[in-house]
Structure formats: structure tokens, C-alpha cells
Design a protein around this ligand. Structure first.
Ligand code: CA
Length: 222
């Protein structure tokens, strides 16, 4: 799951980003309207969390723009308790939910999961391939029915593979998706993490490995 977090408050931003990454949601943090626009143009977000008071404008303007462009990404507005008018305006402009500050991370997570469930027509929340099962809502991975504990990066990496079975994923594609990194410097990390996944998802008498190396390019979920 990939989330756009639009929030200029450093403390709240760090708190939310850290929490989301702990449950393996890849999180891109934008601190202004301009950064949010750039990130949204890159696309691929399953949900956006939108603060309203931003240094270079109002989150509602961003939301209006996105909906005008027919961007269907579900949006959860985060804002201060006194901004009741903004709440109504936000929902009228096409926000999908609203959470007032201060909030607990547990509540935010529950709202996000409920939003994804409601939009699950567009996004599968249960991925399966050759006995590997990934439940994005419960945040659980299984191999042949047995739960496999994964770190957040491993979970995100497995999710990316399961979204593209049989397709060669380059190291760069993987690094961009999992580390939100646009440089080659992280690509050896990709090898390390694929090796970790292989180790955790290996069957005793495996004939065809799940993750195949494609020499000089990357990996493929076979
Ligand atoms: Ca703010």
C-alpha cells in the first residue's frame, strides 16, 4: 500500500510516517501544496492523507484540483478541531473521510483500512500466488497456510512482487517502490532484501524457486 501524506507539521508528519511504515505502508511525505502536487503527479497512491493548513495554500484547493482531474484516490482530511466548516467543505469537495487533531494513530489506521476496504473494487487487499498469501488489511503473510513474520520492508517488497507475478522487476523499479529512492545507490539493498524474502519463503523441497534472478536486470516472481 502506498500513501501520500500531506502535512507541514514536523512532529505530526514524523509520527504518522513512522506509524505507517511500521505497518509496511510505503509513505511519501509532502510538506506543502507544491510538494503534494509533484508527488501526486508521479501517481500510484492508494490513499492520500491531507492536512488543510499548509504553508503555501489550503489542502482544500489541492483536493478540488485532484477531483477536477478525476483523480479517484481516496482522501482522508486531517485537521484541527475548530475547523468545522472545513470539514463540511472537504466532504463536499470529494474527501472520503475526516479526522480531527489530536488523533490516535490507531484511529487513523482504522479509518485508512476502512477507506481501502470501501475502495477495494479498485485495489485487491488479498494477494495470492503459489501458496503465498498476503493480507494487506490484516498485515499478514502466509506460506502454505503458516504465518511468516516479515519486517515492513520485506512485506512491502513481497506486496510489490505479488502485484506483478511473472513480470521482471528491475532493481531500480524495486528501489523506487520500496525505498522511494530514485538513485542506483540503493540497488544492492534490493539484493539483500530479496535474499531475505527467499530465505523466509523457502519450502523444504522446492523445485522452482519463487523469486528468480534475471541476470543484470532484477527479479521475477515465478
Ligand atoms: Ca498544517
Amino acid at each position: 500500500m502506498k500513501i501520500l501524506l500531506v502535512e507541514d507539521d514536523r512532529k505530526i508528519g514524523q509520527f504518522v510516517k513512522k506509524g505507517l511504515e511500521e505497518v509496511s505502508y510505503v509513505t511519501v511525505w509532502a510538506r506543502s501544496c507544491a510538494e503534494a502536487e509533484d508527488a501526486m503527479a508521479d501517481g500510484g497512491f492508494d490513499i492520500a492523507i491531507l492536512d488543510l493548513g499548509l504553508p503555501d495554500g489550503n489542502g482544500l484547493q489541492l483536493l478540488t484540483g485532484w477531483r477536477k482531474k478525476n483523480l479517484a484516490t481516496p482522501v482522508l482530511i486531517l485537521s484541527a478541531r475548530h475547523e468545522v466548516d472545513d470539514k463540511i467543505a472537504g466532504l463536499n469537495l470529494g474527501a472520503d473521510d475526516y479526522l480531527t487533531k489530536p488523533f490516535s494513530f490507531g484511529e487513523l489506521l482504522a479509518r485508512l483500512r476502512s477507506l481501502v476496504r470501501r475502495h477495494s473494487g479498485q485495489k485487491k487487499t488479498l494477494l495470492e500466488h503459489r501458496g503465498v498469501r498476503l493480507d494487506l488489511l490484516k498485515h499478514e503473510a502466509e506460506l502454505d497456510g503458516a504465518v511468516v513474520p516479515l519486517t515492513q520492508r520485506e512485506f512491502a517488497l513481497l506486496e510489490f512482487f505479488l502485484q506483478h507475478p511473472g513480470r521482471v522487476l528491475t532493481r531500480t523499479q524495486i528501489a523506487e517502490q520500496i525505498w522511494d529512492c530514485h538513485f542506483d545507490m540503493e540497488t544492492n539493498l534490493v539484493d539483500v532484501y530479496v535474499a531475505k524474502l527467499r530465505g523466509k519463503l523457502r519450502r523444504a523441497n522446492e523445485t522452482e524457486p519463487l523469486f528468480q534472478s534475471v541476470r543484470g536486470v532484477g527479479y521475477k516472481l515465478a
